[in-house]
Design a binder for this molecule. Structure first.
Ligand SMILES: NC(=O)c1ccc[n+]([C@@H]2O[C@H](COP(=O)([O-])OP(=O)(O)OC[C@H]3O[C@@H](n4cnc5c(N)ncnc54)[C@H](OP(=O)(O)O)[C@@H]3O)[C@@H](O)[C@H]2O)c1
Length: 349
């Protein structure tokens, strides 16, 4: 058994653009397990943009948060025997000791810190990492957001921002399957052509190089029924006036402001849009629907088996690459070693 663990911490307060210089790897001794505790070894660590928001509110020295698929390598808890595979919220750490009965509050719901791998993985040819992709937060958010909140209906038009992202690429495919007209915005022309040609979005645009208003005039001449807003800020501001009457805006994230919490870009068009178009604008946290995750996973696996939806993942070998991979993910940059149009990124612990 290992006698120490490695983990990443925040080196300095980060209020602006994140770089790899803000991260530091530390090592500490692992203590003997107490009754009820388990030791986990990270197999895959999920790289997620929400980490940018955590960092904005973290002090130097604090560990970097995140989810991992891990294997129990030592146990003093009979419900969590050695060898069991779990999804655990143990951050950027290669080994962790945890009391698996602990819970954490997420979006107003108390959820376990350690969960067994979704049982749906057993009968599907999906990698274990998809417990944090298609069958994890990105897939569940996409499915439950579209079905429970947006109440998407055939024939409607949806606009998705960060449309080639780990959640966005699943939202787009699900919406296509539900018979919606799908318009995706991404910050890279390669990604735009990927979601158009491979994922069969009806329209795809690079919001950095193309005129968003002109794009919407062409792609949504009758307006937008559902706006899946992962970005907020200026991009949301530009899209909101294109909503149809009674349109639904699902605010799932705020990528534009995660690194800019001191001066967030507010949405100035919001008052007018709500009033004139009678819009419903809803914040969404997937944990609100925690009680529906099991059914949502069943539906997602069925769609996967029927080849209606295909998750894309990229696995990077090397715990030491975590900061670099995260920074690349945040700025959407193409790097030789990381194919950025493969949305979900997992680092092998
Ligand atoms: N509400 C929930 O329950 C829930 C659950 C999961 C995720 N989320 C949120 O949903 C959003 C998407 O999450 P994800 O995990 O699927 O990540 P993601 O979309 O794969 O995020 C990475 C991508 O975000 C885009 N991006 C980064 N900074 C940006 C900026 N300033 N402006 C516009 N785009 C930017 C880049 O893509 P481009 O190159 O295309 O710009 C980047 O490749 C995040 O805001 C996340 O926090 C919410």
């Amino acid at each position: 058994m290992p006698c120490s663990r490695k983990f990443w911490v925040l080196k300095d307060t980060c209020r602006d653009e994140v770089t790899t210089d803000y991260f530091e790897e530390e090592e500490e001794d692992l203590e003997d397990l107490r009754k009820g505790e388990i030791m986990c070894r990270a197999l895959f660590i999920s790289v997620d943009p929400i980490t940018r928001l955590h960092i904005a509110y973290s002090d130097p020295g604090q560990p970097i948060l995140g989810r991992q698929v891990a294997r129990v390598v030592e146990s003093r808890n009979t419900d969590f025997p050695k060898g069991k595979l779990l999804v655990v919220a143990m951050g950027w750490s290669n080994y962790s000791i945890v009391d698996p009965t602990m819970t954490q509050e997420m979006g107003g719901v108390e959820v376990p810190l350690c969960e067994t791998l979704p049982r749906q993985l057993e009968n599907a040819s999906l990698p274990k990492s998809s417990a944090m992709g298609l069958l994890g937060i990105p897939g569940l958010t996409a499915y439950l957001g579209l079905t429970e909140l947006a109440k998407a209906e055939e024939g409607e038009t949806i606009v998705i921002t960060s449309a080639a992202g780990q959640m966005g690429h699943l939202v787009g495919q699900l919406a296509r399957h539900m018979g919606l007209r799908v318009i995706g915005f991404t910050g890279c022309s390669d990604k735009a052509s990927w979601i158009k040609t491979e994922l069969m979005y009806d329209w795809a645009f690079n919001y950095k190089t193309q005129d968003v208003k002109q794009a919407l005039n062409i792609a949504a001449p009758n307006g937008v029924d559902i706006f899946w807003d992962a970005v907020g800020g200026d991009l949301a501001n530009t899209i909101l006036p294109y909503m149809s009457y009674y349109g639904r805006v699902i605010m799932v994230g705020n990528l534009a402001n995660y690194g800019n919490m001191d001066n967030p870009v507010s949405i100035s068009m919001i008052d007018l849009a709500i009033h004139l178009k009678e819009l419903t604008i809803t914040g969404f946290n997937v944990y609100r629907y925690y009680h529906m995750w099991e059914d949502a996973r069943e539906a997602l696996v069925k769609l996967f088996k029927e080849e209606k939806i295909k998750p894309y993942e990229h696995v990077v070998e090397g715990f030491e690459f975590l900061p670099e991979v995260f920074v690349n993910q945040m700025n959407g940059k193409y790097q030789e070693n990381y194919i950025q149009n493969i949305p979900s990124i997992f680092v092998v612990g």
